[in-house]
Write a protein of this length. Sequence first.
Length: 329
Amino acid sequence: MDAALGVVVVNYASSALLRANLSETVREVEPALVVVVDNLSSWSERIAVRALAAEHGWEIVEAETNLGFGGGVNAGAERALSLGAQDLLLLNPDATISAEAVRALQRRATSSRMTAFAPTILDGAGKIWFDGADVYLSDGRTMGVRRRSSRQDEARWEWLSGACLLIPDMLWRATGGFDHDYFLYWEDVDFSRRVIDVGGDLVVVSEAIAVHDEGGTQGRDPSDRAKSEGYYYYNIRNRLMFAAKHLDDEDVHRWRRGAWASAREVLLRGGRRQFLSKPWIPLGAAFRGVRDGRRISRRSSRAFTARPATQSGAPGVQCEETSGGQGES
């Protein structure tokens, strides 16, 4: 490949995953450079990341605070671009991708510098975790493309997961990168929308396969479905932030009215067992997410003519031989 590949990983208390996953991926892919952004979690973690970077020759961006995912990606991308990267591969600490899959993504990027490319992403059990997703404009629900038949002819916008995403330098600069306002979750939905706004495209490359051990960055027992407080809070809050940034006032009001119904769906992603021991933890996060999301949407909502929503069969994400993914932002 002619384009220099820069792998960008945002770390928060996940040095063990970097050692297990990133080192394996880098050994196989052999990118031009690797940039790890360490969002400060503890000094012991910072020392561990420094040691890994020195051992493997990775660039490290040492954030003084926790920049969140979007802010961390932006810092890493700017370092990578300044060092000559032309293709940016965003990769979660709990994700791996093969050299063959990266080559498939870069082949497509060679002739399409205004397109973001995502692989098909499997979970640790080999099941499809992501191969394209939609956000529905009527209520803000996010669903995998396999579930489109349940909501035929409804207005929707497609988006690509930031867990593993190839972005050419031209597209990165055109969009301005990720929106750090989100901090965690929904920033990839937002970025996907802004790709379309600047005239770019979104493509899922089905033959490229990545693996994402969902929840690995949370340090949870894989058998435990419960999510972190941050997962609940930011997913619930950022749904309304996205609406305020991209939709007109009527749509924002509709999403706001459905805030509690949406919050319930987010909470149930963590299963019902979590409510038996300490229910105030997820419920408190949900309450704060709804409260703050409503405040943001009231403060930030602005009337603007949204781009026409993608309908079934209309241009948008090109999912090549895909059958849908979970599509949870």
